[in-house]
Design a protein around this ligand. Sequence first.
Ligand code: ZN
Length: 718
Amino acid sequence: MKQFKNDIMRIRLLFSVVYICLFLISCNEPTTISIDSIDPGSYDGTWWNRTPIRLVQTNFPEIYANMDVESYVQSVVDASANTVLFNTGGIVANYQTTLPFEWKNPFMGERDFVRELIGKLHEKNIKYIARFDFSKIDQDIAAQKPEWLYVGTNDKNLEFNGTVAACINGGYYQEYAFKILREVIDNYPIDGIFFNMMGYTGATYAGISYGICQCENCRKRFFEATGLKLPKNDNDLNINEYRRFQRETSGELYKKVTDFIKQQNPELIVYNYNDVGTSWIASESGASMRPGVDNIYHATTNVKRTLGSYKDRIPVNLIMGFQAIGYRNIMSSPNLLRNWWLEDMLHGAPIGFVVVGTLVHYEDRQFIPIVNELFAFHKANEKLFTNVQALNAIALIQGSGNEFQGMMKLLSEEHIMYDLIIPSLLGSDRTPRKLEDYDLIILDDIANMSDELIAIIDNYVEKGGKLLVTGATSTNDERGKPLNRIRLKSLGVKPEFMVFPQAEATYLKVSATDKQAFGQKEFNDFTLMMMNSTFLKCKVKEGAQSYLRLLPSNMFGPAEKTYYSEDEITDFPGVVSYKYGKGITVFIPWMIGSDYNAKGNYAQRALFLGSIKNILGVESDIETNASPLIEMTHLANRNGAFEWVGMINHSGFLGNSVREPVAIHNTTIRLRPLKPVKEIRLLRSGESIPFKQNREWIEYVVPEIGDFEMALCLYKKE
Ligand SMILES: [Zn+2]
């Protein structure tokens, strides 16, 4: 993997030499390359990593266990899925368990539903992932095993629809679950295991919570670990120790379970919501009954953070079809679901769809033909989703909530392609690419940083890297303890700072020099910029360059009294750039992402773009006039067989309703392909299109983008 970027550079160099003598040409060679003839190679030889997984998860109500397995399997075949995730054990066993304290599905009768299903699925080459949910047990078993149960601060167990919550420190999770797993692993040819809701008991599906578990096992274990009494609520003195205890005991259980599974059968993959012993990291994109607008980039976030952070893990982000937990029998907007689904696919991740019930029984069927069609597209082009990796020169480190959301919004709207990396994995050997493979690292209000991580980042800049930093980055230790110093040495400010709290009528004053530096054209129309976040008042280091000046909250209210005077403008800079070693940094000591996420302000956008392009001088490998409504991706096959640009049309978003996207016409794309190109093929419309070539750049126009498009570059034979 480490070689990937170097290989790209080498190929580009060769390519430039090859084309140095060529004139601008228009290419209309006949199209002869068939997708079937492509050899995408393999990422690591496994069936599950960077492979074209199409997963259907049917969350199976117990009453369907008398259904005809053939029609279940046919519905999965019709959907072109190659993997099924199916309720196997835990709350309900859909197989013939011989364990006395596992509740066997009474609707199944004498048949062994799971055995029949696995047999039929495997005949069709469809993998079977067994789903287990150990969070609850049947009420009759619960009555016999009170020591397994969660006990609320009101001294009650937590019951819901005939099930009772189990505590992770009780015998069910710690011992009996292993018997259930062994029974299934020993007797059924499953391909993997998925855990639902594994961990400490929270609120019920209806939002009822009885607080921190007070069961005897928790009481004893917490005392043994800390010598303290269990807290009852968040105001308790021992709460921090308890939260740490929760993290450690959960982590220990995940490790114990995943080690056990690998010991029983090392071939099995584990699919769970964390990275302990897992192969697939689970996440979900689904709507809810919360007020407000759904996050357009929800699935993008989920898949990119795993793709960018782990070379030995893959995200499987499930598109939750249902409207909300309280409305599981009807679907959300098909357009919303399709958008998220396309984000999974066009960022090169597996695709997954969840239905509560089965594809046969579900009553609200508007989305199902769309699912079938999209899955069929993926299947027909599955080689193009095999062994692929994004060609992004920028790494965005996933920071705090709104700051991070705003950064993603800025980058996506501007078609600046980026990888997403989880802060704790930054600089580790688990990431698919090394830090130095990136032209620019963005630290978006990453307050908590270890000394080690700070050294890694400073070192990256010293050796020639570019860095964009916002907010209170590097001011806390790794556990979140405030150190009240800006610790990154590569920034152009002194460590000490004062905090200016968020206040309305606060601006940044823009000077003529600022306009020159960030872009005369983009900054032409304003000399004031909104700033509505916490701001760090910093002193600039010698040799650093400062831009924009803080104009703290001034008079507003009656128009007659809304103005400011020149002497209110401070010397505290809104942006500082600094050359450090061979590299350069830009520090924006406020939350530009969070502000942009809230209001999408054009002046702030101009500042962000000016920082990247003009101050830091980051060059792009892809240029386009695409509408900001198009989310764009650029991936290449690691075996050198192809590369493609993905385009997702988000134009249907209308606040709380998501409608059909409006077709977007004549999108020009210029890019530097990795190898000489023979053909550009649009896979959604099915046409090959002409392209121009100028040295190592090619340029083409996508006539129309409906819901999405995928422009495949096929190379000339070497
Ligand atoms: Zn407990």
